[in-house]
Design a protein around this ligand. Sequence first.
Ligand SMILES: NC(=O)C1=CN([C@@H]2O[C@H](COP(=O)(O)OP(=O)(O)OC[C@H]3O[C@@H](n4cnc5c(N)ncnc54)[C@H](OP(=O)(O)O)[C@@H]3O)[C@@H](O)[C@H]2O)C=CC1
Ligand SMILES: O=C(O)C1=N[C@H](C(=O)O)C[C@H](O)C1
Length: 258
Amino acid sequence: MAIRIGIAGIAGRMGRLLAEETLAAGAVLAGGTRRQAGAAGELPAPVLPDIDALFAASDVVIDFTHASTAATHAEAAAAAGKPFVLGTSGLSAAQEAAVAAAAQRVPIVYAANFAPGVNLVLAIAERMAAALPAGQYDAEIVEMHHRQKVDAPSGTAVALGRAVARGRGTTLEEAGVESGRDGHTGARQTGTIGFAALRGGQVVGEHTLLFAAGSEHIALTHRSFDRRVYATGAVRAALWLQGRVPGLYDMKHVLGMG
Ligand SMILES: NC(=O)C1=CN([C@@H]2O[C@H](COP(=O)(O)OP(=O)(O)OC[C@H]3O[C@@H](n4cnc5c(N)ncnc54)[C@H](OP(=O)(O)O)[C@@H]3O)[C@@H](O)[C@H]2O)C=CC1
Ligand SMILES: O=C(O)C1=N[C@H](C(=O)O)C[C@H](O)C1
C-alpha cells in the first residue's frame, strides 16, 4: 500500500512543492495544515484541523513551517508514534532539544538543507576546517536569500558553522561567533566563525564558506536555483524513514554519507 505523507505548512512556498513531489513519488498526499484550519484555497489536499489530526491521517509528516511550531510538532510525532521530517530553520537550543527528545521515541530526519550538494559541501567544509589551522585561516560564512525569509543566519549557514567547528575539534558555542558586525567592533578574534546574511529579491539560497588567510583565500560556494531540490530531498527522507528505529537522523544518513 502506498505511504501516506502529510505536509505541515502545505500552503507555503515549500509546502506546495512538497505536495507536488509527494504525488510525483507515487505516495498518497494525506493532507496538510495551515496556521488557520480550513483555509484550503486551491490546495491539492484537505487542510486538517491541527498537527495531531495530520499525524492521525499520515504514515509520516513533513514540516517546513516556522521555528515556533517545531517542539509541538515533534512532540505530536512522538505521541502518534509516527516518523517526522523537519526542515524548518531558526530553531533555538531549547527547540532543538525538544526535537532530540522526541527522536528518542520515533525516527526523525532534521536537516538544515535537503539539497544533496549542500550536504556534500558540509562534509567538505569539516575536512577543510580540520586541515587549515584556525590561527591562520579565518572562517567566514556569507548567505543570501529571498526577501521573505524570516530567520538569520540561515539554518544552512549555522550547519556550515557547526561543520567548521567540528573540523576544528570544538563547537560553535566554544569557538565563538561574530555576526552582524557594525560600528567599532574591534579587531577580529582569532578562531571565531563569522556570519553575514544578505536578503533581497527572490534568491532561492546561496551559501559561501570562506577561509581567509594572510596570503590566500579559499571559497566554497553552493547555489540553489530551484527550491524543488529541497522538496525532492525531503520526500526522499520521508520514504527512507519507513521502518527505521527511533533516532535523530539528518540528510547525510538519507544520502548514505553518514
Ligand atoms: N531544510 C531545508 O532544506 C529548507 C528549509 N526551509 C525552511 O522551511 C521553512 C518554511 O519556508 P517557506 O516555505 O519558504 O515559508 P512560507 O512562509 O512560504 O510557508 C510557511 C508555511 O508554514 C505555515 N506556518 C507559518 N507559521 C506557522 C505557525 N506558527 N503555525 C503553523 N503553521 C505555520 C504557513 O501557514 P499559512 O499558510 O497559514 O501562512 C505556511 O503554510 C523556513 O523555516 C525555511 O527556512 C526552506 C527551504 C529549504
Ligand atoms: O528559507 C529558505 O528559503 C531556505 N531555508 C533554509 C535555510 O535556512 O538554510 C535552506 C535554504 O537555504 C532555503
